[in-house]
Design a protein around this ligand. Structure first.
Ligand SMILES: NS(=O)(=O)c1ccc(S(=O)(=O)c2ccccc2)s1
Ligand SMILES: [Zn+2]
Length: 263
């Protein structure tokens, strides 16, 4: 899958200056979700998630996060329903996290930050035949965001955690198969907020329908510590830098409405 395309992320340096002004950017992400200002929309339908673990291919450290990439050449792992009019194809998932358990998520709920945030990235395969086309089109992408909280060990995540030392350095890749990303979703995926936003890393394109889960998942302190053992830097660089705080500064809502699927 090209969705983790080298075009966008490999040039990203996590300390890039903020705010990276996007000309005319009026739907940038991430944002703080103010619960009492979100609007219940009874027309929001339940999310339909159908992931096939056999489409899981590899893990790649792109120097910004680690991406678990899926074969998105057919409609085997799909997302539809919720706020979406079309069917979307899973291309990769990745995380954002902090140097400690106090912060790390990109979105927040009434200013509450979580230690980490999972993003499951999908592109509109009804409208576009290639991921690249979907990236620049309004609502070409749909990203499910799930907050991570430190608590009990997440058994499903452990297989992924065990593979991370193999991709410690930027640009390293390791084969990773038969992983069902549905195990990373909370039990209740019908309570979510949704809003029109953007990618949170360059190219920052305003093509994303965000679906932010209300219910978080729990992972252990030790599992998050392995995330923090990854490096932003490649094996050749003499100055190694820990991959932490790879989240973007929050952006203004600029009049956007955040809808909720629940009261
Ligand atoms: N953090 S986020 O979920 O908003 C995100 C940023 C970049 C991606 S991407 O690698 O899929 C991608 C998407 C389009 C162009 C290039 C890369 S997803
Ligand atoms: Zn992300």
């Amino acid at each position: 899958s090209v969705c983790s395309s080298k075009l966008a992320l490999s040039q990203v340096h996590p300390m890039w200056q903020e705010p990276l002004a996007v000309p005319g950017g009026d739907r940038q992400s991430p944002v703080d979700i103010v619960v009492r200002e979100s609007i219940f929309d009874p027309q929001l339908r339940p999310l339909k998630v159908q992931y096939d673990p056999r489409t899981c291919q590899q893990i790649w450290n792109n120097g910004y996060s680690f991406l678990v990439e899926y074969d998105d050449t057919t409609d085997k792992s799909t997302l539809k329903g919720g706020p979406l009019e079309d069917q979307f194809r899973l291309c990769q998932f990745h995380f954002h996290w902090g140097e400690n358990n106090t912060w790390g998520s990109e979105h927040s709920i009434d200013r509450r930050l979580y230690p980490a945030e999972l993003h499951l990235v999908h592109w509109n395969s009804d409208k576009y035949s290639l991921f690249e086309e979907s990236v620049i089109e309004e609502n070409g992408l749909a990203v499910i965001a799930v907050f991570l909280k430190v608590g009990k060990r997440h058994e499903g995540l452990q297989k992924l955690v065990d593979a991370l030392p193999a991709v410690r350095h930027k640009d390293s890749v390791v084969e990773f198969t038969k992983f069902d990303p549905a195990c990373l979703l909370p039990e209740n995926i019908n309570d979510y907020w949704t809003y029109a936003g953007s990618l949170t890393t360059p190219p920052l394109t305003e093509a994303v329908t965000w679906i932010v889960m209300k219910q978080h998942i729990e992972v252990s302190h030790d599992q998050l510590a392995v995330f923090r053992s990854l490096l932003f830097t490649s094996a050749e660089e003499q100055l190694q830098r820990s991959m932490v705080n790879n989240f973007r500064v929050q952006q203004a809502l600029k009049g956007r409405t955040v809808r909720s699927s629940f009261t």
